[in-house]
Design a protein around this ligand. Structure first.
Ligand SMILES: [Zn+2]
Length: 111
């Protein structure tokens, strides 16, 4: 039996199943507010969307955020998509940079 351990989630925009790590998470916190979850680990009911403006627009048009959470999602939250998406790209790059620095440092330590 083939086992694929990559957890898949459905994008609210294109409604395709994609690896969770490639998607942005938006979460309804136990306090009832809806926020972007850049860590992917926050408590609450989550929904996922591709880091893609086209998917975001589809999701907004179809009111899919509201359907996913069973609650209204303020436009001020949704408007953060671009910023969250940009931050995510930066943090991914920061991780890559940090890793490559560590590798350099590791080599130096060996010598
Ligand atoms: Zn999508």
């Amino acid at each position: 039996m083939k086992t694929r351990k990559v957890p898949l989630r459905m994008c609210l925009g294109c409604q395709e199943m994609k690896p969770k790590k490639e998607l942005l998470r938006i979460v309804r916190t136990p306090e009832g507010s809806v926020e972007w979850d850049s860590t992917g680990k926050r408590n609450g009911r989550g929904a996922y969307i591709c880091p893609d403006a086209a998917c975001y627009k589809k999701a907004v048009k179809g009111r899919r955020f509201q359907k996913a959470f069973g609650a209204d999602v303020g436009p001020e939250v949704l408007a953060n998509f671009e910023a969250v998406n940009a931050n995510r790209k930066e943090s991914v790059e920061a991780v890559i940079n940090a890793n490559s620095k560590e590798m350099v440092l590791g080599k130096q330590n060996e010598n």
